[in-house]
Design a protein around this ligand. Structure first.
Ligand code: T3D
Length: 258
């Protein structure tokens, strides 16, 4: 897991992007490490919530532009196919909640990885930049899918064409992210949120994510059918029985994530 730090504590897996000298921009190695870390989070039953953040003053400045322009490097299409698309698919499909704690600037792919996570919180001094148009590229990492759905077509288009630097407070006000925290409170806030989630019904969270993912394409009729099927599965989990029993016995539930 080169170029990242990965550890598990109190049921929470922490993925810290770790190329601070270049604002944690993605090279191939770091992208592969993030993919491997997400696979470990998916497969390890101890992990019941994930936090993605960055070391240093930036969260992630997108593609490492020095590597992207290396003479014998892969084509841009194959970089997107092999590095970014798998990361976004893994973030959306892992059946556990992923918090992104944006500790500083999030530009290009960095901005769009951040908003693809389930709950995005940012330090008040963080900025979001759809930087792609500054270098003649189009937004990737699912940005053209998620951003207009989060903030509407006009605002998404303007951000993508103008590459404005959006403050964390403005991002929260327009519904792009969930919350903000003072810079020295960000990690404590993410820890509290993630450790709370890690004590809650993980199987139900996985099924909720599945339903939300499907809602992005389904009609109401299709979605009602999805809810019926997934509720059937949620209703057969240990945690459903435990939640109801605890409620009736007037005690705190002891969820196992199963
Ligand atoms: O293969 C493909 O290309 C396809 C995939 C595309 C996905 C993408 O993400 S395309 C978009 C790529 N990202 C960018 O265009 C952002 C470039 N960076 C910036 O615009 C600015 O650095 C920021 C707005 C993010 C932050 O500005 P600032 O003033 O806070 O920091 P800085 O001084 O510009 O950067 C600090 C250092 O990081 C600096 O190095 P130095 O001078 O200290 O040695 C800078 O060169 C380096 N750095 C920042 N971003 C990147 C980078 N190095 C390589 N790649 C970067 N993306």
């Amino acid at each position: 897991m080169e170029n990242i730090e990965f550890n598990i504590e109190n049921g929470v897996a922490w993925i810290r992007l770790n190329r601070p000298d270049v604002l944690n921009s993605f090279n191939f190695t770091m992208a592969r490490s993030v993919q491997n870390a997400l696979d470990e989070c998916a497969n390890n039953k101890i992990v019941r919530a994930v936090v993605l953040t960055g070391n240093g003053r930036g969260f992630c400045a997108g593609q490492d532009l020095a590597e992207a322009t290396a003479p014998d490097g892969p084509t841009i299409g194959s970089v997107v196919e092999q590095t970014y698309n798998p990361i976004i698919n893994k973030i959306r499909n892992i059946e556990k909640p992923i918090i992104c704690a944006v500790n500083g600037v999030a530009a290009g792919a960095g901005a769009n990885v951040a908003i693809a996570c389930d709950i995005t919180i940012a330090a008040t001094n963080a900025k979001f930049v759809q930087a792609f148009s500054n270098i003649g590229l189009i937004p990737d990492c699912g940005g053209t899918f998620f951003l207009p759905r989060l903030i509407g077509l006009q605002r998404a288009t303007a951000q993508m064409l103008l590459a404005d630097k959006i403050t964390a407070d403005d991002a929260k006000a327009m519904g792009m992210i969930y919350d903000v925290a003072e810079p020295d409170e960000l990690i404590a806030t993410a820890t509290r949120m993630a450790e709370t989630l890690a004590q809650r019904p993980t199987r139900g969270f996985g099924l909720t994510k599945k339903a939300l993912n499907l809602s992005l394409q389904n009609s109401l009729e299709q979605q009602l059918e999805v809810e019926k099927q997934l509720q059937e599965q949620a209703g057969s989990t240990f945690d459903f029985k435990e939640g109801v029993t605890a409620f009736l016995e007037k005690r705190q539930p002891n969820y196992k994530g199963e």
